[in-house]
Design a protein around this ligand. Structure first.
Ligand code: ADP
Ligand code: MG
Length: 317
């Protein structure tokens, strides 16, 4: 039986918002990205983290098409070359992108023009976003008349006027106080609920850990880790953080502790004066340490034995 055409139409193949394969990129002779292969799924929030200068911004600019210099490897946005799907992508740069001499209203119009949407659509969308991000200011004001946190929020709004399916935000939390960071997280979470794919970078690791589905760690130009934050703790074998404050700690004692930890592979994450922070693989490791303190005749106070947060995990790197 020959079915009518509309019944034979296969569902549209859904493409992954981002898929990169073996992406390499250099600034002149400086190789920044060596091999970045990753995928970003729709309806998800992913944080790209890594030390300052490791190439996070470069990677985001590369996938957004802001860097026009050539790279090696493949970058597909919704299954296509990024130049063909630019309208599906919204890039919020870390640097403020508005023009100081123009009013907020004119900045909105200009951003709309750059994104290829009409003045009316830009303004309608902007008003929705201004309300969501609680920016109830006179649109005739100039950006310089806004507070730092308001400027950051306006910067975000200007990049999202075309309702992109894939949001890329470079350090969007810098300059925002706790309340506004919460507001932005809620905003991103509601965008995720609408199916949007979100990728961001942030230095506030413990806060980020609470809100994202996945983290991707870049190290030496490669993907060092990808997965849920808990998995990273497993991979790095840090089950607990153990903090101790000694009543007295001589240089010799400190060296003995360090030597012992080196041999037994117990990482010391932090040390200041009479305080030491250890990373423990298990509770047995704590017993090993307390036996050592006893042997050295050290009196001490246990400050904590608890699960590590992402900031502390990064101390090990
Ligand atoms: N436009 C540029 N020209 C040359 N080198 C650059 C440029 N932008 C960044 N770099 C260098 O590339 C490396 C990665 O930078 P970046 O991507 O900004 O790192 P991150 O965002 O992780 O802090 C750094 O060593 C930086 O100095
Ligand atoms: Mg950066």
């Amino acid at each position: 039986m020959k079915l009518p055409k509309f019944l034979t139409k296969k569902p549209k193949k859904k493409h992954t918002p981002l898929k990169t394969q073996e992406v390499k990129f250099s600034y002149g002779k400086q190789a920044v990205l060596q091999d970045i292969s990753l995928e970003i799924k729709e309806a998800s929030i992913t944080a790209i983290i890594g030390k300052s200068g490791c190439g996070k911004s470069t990677f985001l600019k590369l996938i957004s098409g802001i860097i026009s210099k050539s790279h090696k490897g493949k970058i597909k946005i919704f299954g296509k070359n990024k130049t063909w799907n630019k309208n599906k992508l919204g890039f919020v740069p870390q640097e403020l992108s508005m023009i100081p001499d123009l009013s907020i209203k004119d900045n909105i119009n200009l951003a709309g023009l750059n994104l290829g949407i009409s003045e009316r659509t830009a303004m309608t969308k902007a008003k929705e976003l201004l309300e969501l991000l609680k920016l109830n200011e006179d649109l005739d004001k100039k950006p310089d008349e806004l507070s730092g946190g308001q400027k950051v929020r306006l910067n975000i709004i200007l990049s999202l006027l075309h309702n992109p399916q894939f949001l890329i935000l470079d350090e969007p939390f810098v300059g925002l106080d706790f309340q506004n960071r919460k507001l932005l997280w809620h905003f991103l979470e509601s965008m995720k609920k609408k199916g949007k794919a979100i990728v961001l970078t942030s230095h506030l690791l413990s806060e980020t850990e609470e809100h994202v589905d996945r983290i991707i760690i870049l190290k030496n130009g490669k993907v060092f880790f990808t997965g849920k934050p808990e998995k990273l703790k497993e991979k790095l074998k840090i089950k607990y953080i153990f903090e101790v404050k000694f009543a007295y700690l001589s240089k010799e004692n400190l060296q003995q502790i360090k030597d012992n930890c080196y041999i037994k592979r117990i990482p010391i994450l932090d040390h200041y004066d009479k305080y030491i922070m250890f990373a423990l693989e298990s509770e047995n490791t704590r017993d090993q340490l307390t036996r050592l303190f006893k042997k050295l005749n050290l009196s001490y106070e246990e400050l904590s034995l608890r699960e590590p947060n992402l900031d502390e995990i990064f101390l090990k790197e």
